[in-house]
Design a protein around this ligand. Sequence first.
Ligand SMILES: Nc1ncnc2c1ncn2[C@@H]1O[C@H](COP(=O)(O)OP(=O)(O)OP(=O)(O)O)[C@@H](O)[C@H]1O
Length: 485
Amino acid sequence: MRRGVRCIRHFLPAIQRQEYNHSFSFSRSQRNWLYANCVSAYGHGVDGRVLCPEFFISRALSADVAKVSPSDVTRGGPLVEYERRIAAGELVDGDSCQVGTLRELQRLYDEIVESADACRLDRYSTSDKSGRRRWLWSRLIPQSSYSPVKGLYLYGGVGTGKTMLMDLFYEQLPNNWRKRRVHFHDFMLNVHSRLQRHKGVSDPLEVVAAEISDEAILLCLDEFMVTDVADALILNRLFGHLFCNGVILVSTSNRAPSNLYEGGLQRDLFLPFIATLKERCVVHEIGSSVDYRKLTSAEQGFYFVGKDSSNILEQKFQQLIGEQTAVMQQVEVVMGRTLRVPLGANGCAYFHFEELCDKPLGAADYFGLFNKFHTLALDCVPIFGLHNRTAAYRFVTLVDVMYENHARLLCSAEASPVELFEKIVTISDARQMAPRTSTRSMRKDESNLCVDNELGFAKDRTISRLTEMNSKEYLEQHAAMLAIN
Ligand SMILES: Nc1ncnc2c1ncn2[C@@H]1O[C@H](COP(=O)(O)OP(=O)(O)OP(=O)(O)O)[C@@H](O)[C@H]1O
């Protein structure tokens, strides 16, 4: 069967459903992709219209086909879409490292499209046995079906465009495929909550893996990072089952696989996961040192430093909530846990730093919070060091969750984002600093130095994100998102 025809088959159920409902809602890139495959399968007439025997495909395409030149789209995928976005002024022309990474993603895209049947990516052609039923079935007939396509583990410096590139790749693949894109924190929270549901089963991880792979064969995880011993101890078995069920993992991270969970408790039990990861994924370092957040962000000004910063924050918050008076209210955030939230109108919440980051709260609580609120005013963010290392971890997580939810942050802080983290260093930073610790004054100053590899790496991401979250572009996107909702 010709490649184009095979690809179109994946689109047919969705097109038929949309034809039935008299409304086609493909994005432009999906239409380009479909058009490219139709051209390659059936050819096109002089006016550019595809010569497709399925009249509803021609109708699905007819709205846009005149604007798309056949030569533009003979090959779909992330590379074409990246070029289109640059031409449209949505992206700046990236450095050679971004283009090199895109080539990896294009290679993966081509492989996946080519092996879509073998990978069982089409949601509508897969078995209706799901979750526990499927697991019981597999007990009777043991099955092992590693994907013929290896995934991709993409790592590198902050703001270099890893997430943007992975999303671009993800969006080019058809919506009726079993695919899922999720932040790593969110993914692990979901795994733990599924594990709770299957408590009595002899191997709950196997059931959970069966459920996840039933829903998604292509799993795109943003920001792979392991800081939690509970996660570290289950990852190898979880992903062992997932890969065995044919899952293809695409992931972004700031850390190379070998550096994941560095210095963590019981790391020796985690090491087999690194080997599994390297076996099932092509590992690619983006290699760029360009932080696009700094290139594209113009400061807007919701980050307040200095003596009066708390007052300014309060005034800004009051402006946001208008005439309303903030009222304290108990709000359920996650799994029955509640937070006492000083509520304002318009989905805005106000917290003192200690209430959110110096209490036993974690990613689950923050995700719950930003399901309900889109804006946070955070008062009195301190300079971090050895004395408040745990709070620093929570602040990093809080910023990650806010960024993922595209939430707006207003904050008053003791210092600029870079200065907040000056005392948090990696082991190699600490070694470079060692000769300078000889004088008495330096020793005193560095008693608060926090040598922590995980935090030392994560801080760059947080600084970069705080800068972006304070930019005009980010705040405009936030406003646009609110307008849609
Ligand atoms: N070529 C580009 N043109 C314009 N903006 C870009 C480009 N590449 C990346 N960006 C923007 O830079 C910001 C950072 O990109 P992204 O979040 O993808 O980086 P990252 O490498 O995943 O960062 P982190 O490691 O912090 O998660 C985003 O707002 C993204 O849209």
